[in-house]
Design a protein around this ligand. Structure first.
Ligand code: ATP
Length: 199
């Protein structure tokens, strides 16, 4: 599994459709200050489900949409897609390529798509859980992240190892199952109360 292509349109400084092909191995992005290098990593974070506007270096989510220049008017929609090679079936989906896309309209309407099928943010998070990819995944190391890993709590560091070991998904499923059990317990108690009333 590796990220082989990034497509951006209307995202921050990328008004026109822009395709970035990534080879296996190391890719370096170079360019003058303010040319949009960090906007590419913002785009990756965003499509993976980033909800914190501060992390995306904006004041509101709409700031990710191209807001125009003196020569060009603003656009109404931002769209980013990530193309992952899935030859090794690391993603539990029977396709050799996974395309994850996110769109945001100025109206606030937004959507996620996995291989062109609309899905929820929860589906995106589940798909990437335990792969190391994801807004909190260890494969996205932003400026200052190394410092925060070193100086963070052992609990925070443990999260990184758990993701690498592939157990985050199961911990999440366990949490969901326990919540369901709690709800069922409450329903049973309520049922008991009702049947007592009927006696
Ligand atoms: P540096 O090397 O200084 O870190 P960089 O190459 O990483 O710079 P970015 O921070 O990615 O540059 O890009 C900043 C540019 O993106 C600025 O020129 C800014 O005006 C532009 N930009 C950010 N958001 C938008 C937007 N919504 N619409 C249009 N342009 C935007």
């Amino acid at each position: 599994m590796y990220l082989k292509k990034i497509e951006l349109k209307g995202f921050k400084s990328f008004a026109d459709r822009t395709t970035i092909d990534l080879m296996q191995g190391l890719t370096c992005v170079v360019g003058p200050n303010g040319s949009g290098k960090s906007n590419i990593t913002d785009a990756i974070r965003w499509v993976l489900g980033e909800q914190k506007v501060k992390t995306l270096r904006g004041a509101k989510m709409e700031d990710v949409i191209f807001n125009g220049t003196h020569r060009r008017s603003a656009l109404g929609v931002a769209e980013v897609s990530l193309h992952f090679s899935n030859e090794d079936r690391r993603f539990p989906i029977d396709f050799s390529e996974i395309v994850l896309a996110r769109r945001l309209y100025r109206s606030g309407e937004s959507e996620y798509l996995i291989n062109d099928a609309p899905c929820r943010l929860k589906d995106v998070r589940e798909l990437f859980m335990d792969t190391g990819v994801g807004t909190e995944g260890y494969s996205l190391i932003g400026q200052g992240r190394i410092d925060s890993i070193i100086s963070g709590s052992s609990e925070d560091r443990r999260m990184i190892f758990e993701e690498a070991a592939g157990i985050v998904k199961y911990k999440q499923k366990k949490r969901e199952a326990l919540k369901k059990l709690d709800n069922t317990e409450l329903n049973l108690m309520r049922l008991e109360d009702l049947s007592m009333d009927l006696k």
